[in-house]
Design a protein. Sequence first.
Length: 256
Amino acid sequence: MKLVESLKRGLEILQSFSVEQPRLRLREIAVQTDLPKPTTYRLLRTLLSLEYVRFDPVANEYQLGPRVLSLGFTAILNLDLRETALPYIEELFRKTEQTVNLGILDGRDVVYIVRIKQPKSLNLDLYVGCRLNVYRSCIGRAILALLEAVKYDELMSEFSDDPEAVEFIGKDGSKLSKELVQVRRKGYALNDGEFLRDHRVAAAPVFNAAGEVEGAVNIAVLSRQCSKKTLINEYVPLLLETTRAISNNLGYLGKH
């Protein structure tokens, strides 16, 4: 099948932005997409005219524009997982009054499909449709821990050429694999400020009728307001209750 090269390149530019790198210079985008700078500049001008990216002339940096969200909303709003999970996530938010998110694996990233934000939480650049690092984020590790072996190995193979990823996951994912053993044992992942500064996060997987991990729910608290002990003893049981209920309603009958 012949690809429309300009469309492919434009989408690659949009995918070069992330939570870790929300603002990029022209040279950085060209390096990430492996495109010549003149080509990158022409594509960025088109994306600017369509309001899919914005440009800060002072910092000389580009960032995603609000219209990029519309690309994923239709698909997100039609996901069975989102429809099934939303009432349970809303209930978890009411019980804890803490930020709660639902994410799914999409390629090499986790994408939020539900986000209910605690009003007093820090103003992070996170939203429905945003993409998170799968091997560093708590929600990503909750998914990876129960991912099918073939899919997991494929992901680790993709990361093997990325020096930054290898630093975190180890050669062939060996370092990460050891950490995921604990996630499987406990039934949830825990992150104490390692990914999001000043935040403690717990995440647990959600399963579909086939017993496959469908996504994960996390609960995020401010470190100064909630101790690790409180998160584990008070909020994690509610989180696990929520993910079990969502999984059961998706037809899952297992014991995870």
